[in-house]
Structures are given as C-alpha cells and as structure tokens.
Design a protein around this ligand. Structure first.
Ligand code: PRP
Length: 215
C-alpha cells in the first residue's frame, strides 16, 4: 500500500495478495459476466474496507454479557455514490460494510467519439455540507467521469470526498491532480497508460459491459 499527497489528491493503492488475486480474475477476458460481478463485489468490499481505515469514530461503551467494554461507532455515516452503470457493482459491497449509509446516484456514459462524460442522471441530496461522500466507480481512465461527478458533489457543498476505484490509468490520476478537487483516491491498481481509444492498458476492458453486457 502506498500513499502520497503534495497536492489535493491523496492516492492509496491497495496492494494485498487477495486484492491482486481478485483483480486478476477481473482482468481475465475468459471471466464471464456472472463471475465478473462476483469478483468485483469481493474486491470492492476490500477496497471499501481500506477506504475507511482512517474514518473518524466516536467512543462508546458496550455492555458485554460480562462487563462494560470500550467500543467505537463511525461518527457520520457516509453517502455512497455509485457512478452508473459500472459503479452499481460496488454498491452492495459498500453497504455490507456500512449498512446505515445514504445513497445517491450519478449516471455518466462516455461519448465513444470524444471520450468525454455525458451525464444522464444526477440523483443526489441537495445539501451535502458536512457529509462524507464515497464515489464508487471501478474505472478511472481519462478521469472525466469522476471529475464530472466530483463537480456535482462540490456544487452541493461536499468537501469530504473519497473515490474508490478498482483500476486506473496514470492519465486519470494526473487529471484529478490537475483539477481543483481535494480528495482521497483508494484504488486497486494504477496501470500503464491509456490506448488511442482511451481504454486502460492492460486494464480489464469495459467494467459496465463486462457486468451487464454492451450498451
Ligand atoms: C466507464 C467507467 C467510468 C468511465 C471511466 O463507464 O465505468 O465511469 O468509463 O472513464 P473516464 O475516466 O475516461 O471518464 P462507461 O462510460 O463505459 O459507462 P458504463 O459504466 O455505463 O458502461
């Protein structure tokens, strides 16, 4: 696991034998839709778990059957924002870790010609002041979709922002760093580069298509 921050973006690459093993299944072109969804769910749970490593907690006393024990609870339950479609495959895993979370939805598809994000849904609370937000999207390619989502969240007052991604390209990380946003990026791997079609190399293909079939 590595971490670096000299601008507004703190990157944490989650590098664990089990995350690498699940990512290998996702990368394999022989993995079918059902197995892909299952592997994405398993890996997402680990990434979300890691994304909450430094979450603020309140101390609470817990009465065990024997005595009072010191315990904690998360101070402010998060808002999870899956970026449709592909981010939907991470949502159940996130909720399994933090069941009392809120959920918002952003729908963004990349224009196949320009690779620019095209928004088709923004279902978010109007006021996100003081609300920790965790964006879920398996892919960070050019960064356009994530930056667009961060723009929507910032417009609503969100300042405590984390993105949880499975795989990214250096170009996408650079685009985040060049943006005005301050955030944590928790990611399974940062790959080599983008190809001429703005696909991550080696990547895992299109995470939306591999879960749900082609659009
Ligand atoms: C993919 C992916 C990200 C986006 C990443 O979505 O899930 O949202 O592309 O690319 P970017 O960093 O260059 O914006 P896609 O547009 O394929 O839509 P889908 O999830 O509905 O398949």
């Amino acid at each position: 696991m590595t971490s670096a921050s000299d601008d507004g973006v703190q990157v944490r690459v989650v590098d664990h034998p089990l995350t690498r093993a699940w990512l290998s299944i996702l990368r394999d072109q022989a993995t079918d839709n059902t197995a892909f969804r299952s592997a994405l769910a398993r890996l997402s749970q680990m990434l979300v778990y890691e994304a909450f490593a430094d979450v603020p907690v309140d101390d609470v006393d817990v009465q065990t059957p024997v005595a009072v024990a010191p315990g904690v609870k998360v101070t402010t339950p998060p808002l999870f924002v899956p970026v449709l479609r592909a981010g939907l495959g991470m949502l159940e895993s996130a909720l399994s870790v933090l069941p009392d979370s809120r959920i918002g939805f952003v729908g963004v598809g990349r224009d196949e010609e320009t690779a620019r994000p095209v928004e088709y849904l923004a279902s978010l609370p109007a006021d996100l002041t003081g609300q920790p937000v965790y964006v879920l999207d398996p892919m960070l390619a050019t960064g356009g979709s994530l930056i667009h989502t961060l723009d929507l969240l910032a417009e609503r007052g969100a300042t405590d922002l984390t993105a949880v991604c499975v795989v990214g390209a250096p170009e996408g990380v650079a685009a985040l760093r060049a943006s005005t946003h301050r955030l944590r990026l928790v990611i399974g791997a940062v790959d080599e580069h983008l190809n001429e079609d703005a696909f991550i190399v080696p990547g895992l293909g299109d995470a939306g298509d591999r879960q749900f079939g082609p659009r």
